[in-house]
Design a protein around this ligand. Structure first.
Ligand code: GLN
Length: 456
């Protein structure tokens, strides 16, 4: 813990930790030491972690990287962080992210962007660590903590993991409780671990999941011992290669990465099978209707009355001006864009044309995966992202859709509620990490992690 706290203080340039909690960390570390002496030490006893700013942590600023939550200190602890602390882990502080987890580059944060510790060749230009869990990815990659929590609504664990050469898993929807995590799009949001390797991710995930009566969508299922399932034996497993993920204009290095992943799994004894997920091309449009729709509803609660920032009122202002000015000042550009899109697609005149249509597409995407699994496929291999980490500012200058396209390989998994893991799979010609994604059957994270383990 002391070594991590010192590393964090030396790494302010990465802008990964936005609230440091050294006092809490030292207190938890001392308690872990005492617990170790009693011999009753769980797996995470004394392990220093970073927590994404989207998680409510009792008495500690929890702002979802938004101005509108300025000054908000929750009276409660999220279920996931409670479980991590019960398992003995130590909180070093809160990690940077895109505002309300909306983004793929950590550039919508009120704290400014986090920085990727990796550089492109000899180029000094700063790269994005990805998003929205950019601070988590940068912190783990730069050895500021041993692991971090992330959340993934459309790829926010897997894409930053790929951009920084670490491992991240989004479990099946319902595996981790969403209680106490600031809501973005409730039917898609899941928490998960971001860690240095598959084994660490398995150990963290073990502690994070489990049934929680406080989240009605949390699954009442036993949690297997994920770590004990990491045997590396994947003989006879059927790995699907979906042809629709061969995108036009995909960089050659991504094709090469995918081919090397196929070879590694085949060499480990798996059978490689070409499959089709025919509705893949509708996933991004459906996601960018459903996620904003749910966000516009979830974010209605930030009205200047209950939490955080409130605009100063002028003489004659009433409650309407208070709401309007608070939201105008408190939300950033991207959040406002999502609220407007979401409100539009949910409005009476357009509900059927957009929101209901997107929900039907979502069902078809889910069925594509079910068909593949019914046909005996155990896991599906794809690239995690369509490129390596891009430069800060590069995508923001393009139109917002260019940024949205970055999620092309990840959003299908959230729409279908499936578990997906991103594992580092080598470096590109410029020395930047690339990630492969494996998608698994619902509730079979242990099996999925074991396949990922074979790729490591
Ligand atoms: N980049 C996607 C978005 O902006 C996904 C974000 C996430 O998974 N939280 O919505």
């Amino acid at each position: 813990t002391d070594a991590c706290l010192a590393a964090i203080d030396n790494a302010d340039a990465l802008n990964a930790f936005v609230h440091k909690t050294p006092d809490i960390a030292r207190e938890q570390a001392a308690a872990a030491d005492a617990r170790l002496k009693t011999g009753d030490a769980p797996d995470l006893c004394g392990i220093p972690l970073g927590i994404k700013d989207l998680f409510c942590t009792k008495g500690v600023a929890s702002q979802a990287a938004s101005r509108i939550l300025e000054g908000f200190r929750p009276e409660y602890e999220s279920t996931v962080t409670t479980k991590l602390f019960e398992a003995g882990s130590v909180m070093l502080g809160k990690l940077n992210m895109d505002e309300f987890a909306m983004g793929s580059s950590n550039e919508t944060s009120v704290y400014g962007n986090a920085v990727n510790p990796w550089r492109r060749g000899n180029d000094d230009a700063h790269l994005t660590p990805g998003g929205s869990s950019g601070g988590s990815a940068a912190a783990v990659a730069a050895d500021l903590c041993l692991g971090a929590t992330g959340t993934d609504t459309g790829g926010s664990i897997r894409q930053p993991a790929a951009f920084t050469g670490i491992t991240g898993i989004k479990p099946t929807y319902g595996r981790c409780s969403r209680w106490g995590i600031v809501a973005f799009a409730s039917s898609l949001d899941q928490a998960g671990p971001m860690a240095k390797d598959v084994r660490d991710a398995a150990i963290m995930l073990q502690a994070m999941c489990g049934h929680d009566p406080k989240d009605s969508t949390s699954a009442d299922l036993p949690v297997p011992d994920f770590e004990s399932m990491l045997t590396g034996d994947i003989k006879g497993k059927k790995i699907g290669i979906p042809k629709e993920y061969h995108m036009d204009g995909m960089p050659a290095e991504i094709d090469a990465l995918w081919a090397s992943g196929r070879d590694m799994l085949r060499d480990a004894g798996a059978e490689i099978v070409d499959i089709s997920l025919p509705h893949t091309k509708y996933a991004l449009p459906a996601y960018y209707v459903i996620a904003p729709a749910e966000a516009s509803s979830n974010l209605a609660r930030y009205d200047g009355v209950r939490y955080g920032h409130r605009a100063k009122l002028s003489q004659g202002d009433g409650i309407t001006e208070m709401y309007e000015n608070t939201r105008a000042e408190g939300f950033g550009e991207e959040v406002k864009r999502r609220v407007m899109v979401g409100t539009y697609v949910l409005s009476a005149g357009f509900y059927d044309a957009y929101y209901n249509r997107a929900r039907k597409v979502r069902t078809l995407i889910k069925k594509d995966f079910e068909d593949a699994f019914h046909a005996g496929i155990d896991a599906i291999l794809t690239p995690a992202t369509p490129s390596a980490a891009f430069g800060l500012g590069e995508m923001v200058e393009a139109d917002p859709v260019a940024m949205y396209l970055n999620d092309v390989f990840t959003v299908t998994v959230n729409l279908a509620g499936l578990p997906g893991v991103s594992v580092p799979a080598g470096l590109n010609g410029q020395g930047l990490p690339l990630g492969l994604q494996l998608i698994g059957r619902p509730w079979e994270e242990g099996d999925l992690l074991n396949t990922a383990y074979a790729l490591e």
